[in-house]
Design a protein around this ligand. Sequence first.
Ligand SMILES: C[S@@+](CC[C@H](N)C(=O)[O-])C[C@H]1O[C@@H](n2cnc3c(N)ncnc32)[C@H](O)[C@@H]1O
Length: 274
Amino acid sequence: MSGINDTNEMKKQYGTDQNLNSRILLHRLFSTNKQGWGHWVFENYRLEPGLSILELGCGNAGIWKANAEKIPRGMRLVLSDFSPGMLDAAKANTAAIDSAEYRVIDAQEIPFDSGAFDIVIANHMLYHIPDINKALSEISRILKPDGIFYATTLGKNNLREITDILRDFDDRIDFAQDSVTEAFGLETGGKKIGGYFNTVRVERYPDSLHITQARPLVDYILSSEGNVTEIISGDNIPRFTQYINDLFIKKPFIDVQKDAGIFIATDPDTRQSQ
Ligand SMILES: C[S@@+](CC[C@H](N)C(=O)[O-])C[C@H]1O[C@@H](n2cnc3c(N)ncnc32)[C@H](O)[C@@H]1O
């Protein structure tokens, strides 16, 4: 098991939403696609009044907060995460959404009846799960036969330039991008979902980062997974901060590729989830 799907590591990383917020801030400040990830993801959901929806690993529920006015009335919306701290942040962010319920749930063991939901969502979280097949089997089990599963994730070119910058600083640094996309990425996830759903398609969100300030980039990197904070710690932090500052002195911006998208799966294969 690598760090990105080690349950104890994940509980530390996601004890609160602080690390997630540092990472979201870099995207908010410097993304070139002004539609915004959260609005684009929400546009892909087919929501209607009366549907029941379960989100797994909802984090701080930022996407629901950003789209609160567009949520159809009369839906049952269950927001869940295995971290109670994350769920507290989700509650605070969605206080205005009347239909929201909150549950601590591990995606590998979902405490709902078969066929209970019209929609299940698992955004940027399946790569953290020790047994992805168990989670996918549970997801297909709790969906109705005409239900839809949405799962966002990253592709292998995501943040390639940041990976290179870190390697130039210290070649022992593993920024975990490769382990994320190997576990469940845009290139690998379709086959995994295809074991439990008869139809799967992927949509990619066109975007990149045009970073013009050092501080948010340093904060992003120091909130990351992999072994970044083992290597950049203590006395190394000022040296690393100086290294990033110097990059912006040489050139006033750093352009970085982003590669993220959403899987949309239908027709759950119930034979696989019994
Ligand atoms: C990268 S964050 C994504 C949060 C949110 N879905 C988003 O897209 O902003 C991953 C989330 O998955 C949660 N998580 C990790 N492993 C989990 C598991 N086995 N079951 C449920 N949630 C899990 C973490 O607590 C964290 O909130």
